[in-house]
Design a protein around this ligand. Sequence first.
Ligand code: F3S
Length: 60
Amino acid sequence: MKVKVDRDTCIGCGVCASICPDVFEMDEEGKAKVLVEETDLECVKEAAESCPTGSIIIEE
Ligand code: F3S
């Protein structure tokens, strides 16, 4: 799956980076950055479900 973060709606809560640190990292602006464009890691889905603003977009 492909993963993206909508940086306009991300509020920088950091949940994604703590659930799935291999894919998400907090950048210098305090928003989530995607480290890999394509991944099969299940934690991506968990992160997407846990993001309070629904900013994680997954394309199967
Ligand atoms: Fe942002 Fe959601 Fe992650 S608000 S920091 S994309 S959990």
